[in-house]
Write a protein that binds this ligand. Structure first.
Ligand SMILES: [Zn+2]
Length: 267
């Protein structure tokens, strides 16, 4: 298993992979939403990819780092979970983490994965905040929580946050929106008509970012489908290219509304 092989949250896995490829890795990530299993899968694969020196943007599964990770004995990977029978991560566990981070990692950096970060009480979270504020060694922390409101605002603000918002992969609505968009585009419709066909996407907020990214996937998939069925090459290639560009812009943090309007102009 690797980040790019994740089946359930492909959009988010790809975003995380793109961050690794770009080299713009920050000190702390928050992955929120979805089920505990899905968060854990994403968090673990992201951690493994962060540590693997072989493939930019993913883990190779073969190198020493990956093998140690899979065997559960990677010296630079620190995984913090609730102890058996406990309702929350204990503040002693966070203290232990702080002391450990005072020592240099064996390799380039520590990767810390805190599962159930949302279960920490305010005292533990404040201790964790100290680690986030003054990273003692090269450290990347990944916090998993069911929602951002489980964490103190001061902790959230230190993290680059990502949300699992349901599985849009097979979202019928997005596919039919993509088909409608392509119809307009194939007919050479004016900008405002193409824009109208994707109206539900034109919203602000973090969810719209993921939705727009999922739409880019749906549009690309629809282009491929239509190409196979012998659709007009030029329109479809242009649309597929614009969809890829849309996804790239969203991953790079561009304004979603602006990026979607660009799509309407280009495709
Ligand atoms: Zn590897």
């Amino acid at each position: 298993m690797s980040l790019k092989q994740i089946k359930t949250d492909t959009g988010l896995a790809r975003q995380l992979s793109a961050i690794l490829e770009s080299g713009k890795v920050v000190h702390a990530f928050l992955i929120a939403g979805g089920s505990p299993q899905r968060r854990s899968e994403l968090g673990n694969e992201f951690a493994k990819a962060l540590l693997c020196p072989e493939i930019p943007g993913d883990s190779c599964g073969k190198c020493l780092s990956c093998r140690k990770f899979d065997d559960g004995n990677h010296e630079d990977f620190i995984r913090i979970v609730r102890m058996d029978g406990k309702q929350s991560i204990l503040s002693e566990q966070v203290e232990g983490l702080r002391s450990r981070l005072k020592f240099k990692p064996a390799g380039e950096k520590y990767v810390v994965l805190i599962e159930d970060a949302g279960s920490m009480n305010a005292i533990s979270q404040n201790k964790l905040l100290k680690c986030l504020e003054e990273p003692l060694s090269e450290t990347v922390m990944i916090l998993l929580a069911s929602g951002r409101d489980e964490l103190l605002q001061t902790v959230v603000s230190r993290c680059s946050a990502y949300y699992i918002d349901g599985d849009y992969e097979d979202d019928e609505e997005l596919r039919s929106m993509a088909a409608a968009f392509l119809r307009q585009s194939g007919q050479g419709a004016p900008y405002y008509k193409k824009k109208a066909s994707i109206e539900p996407l034109l919203q602000k907020g973090e969810e719209s970012r993921q939705r727009a990214s999922a739409f880019a996937d749906a549009l690309e998939a629809e282009c491929l489908e239509q190409l196979k069925r012998g659709g007009d090459d030029r329109t479809l290639f242009a649309a597929a290219e614009a969809a890829a560009e849309l996804r790239k812009q969203i991953e790079q943090g561009h304004n979603v509304l602006y990026s979607l309007k660009q799509l309407c102009l280009k495709a």
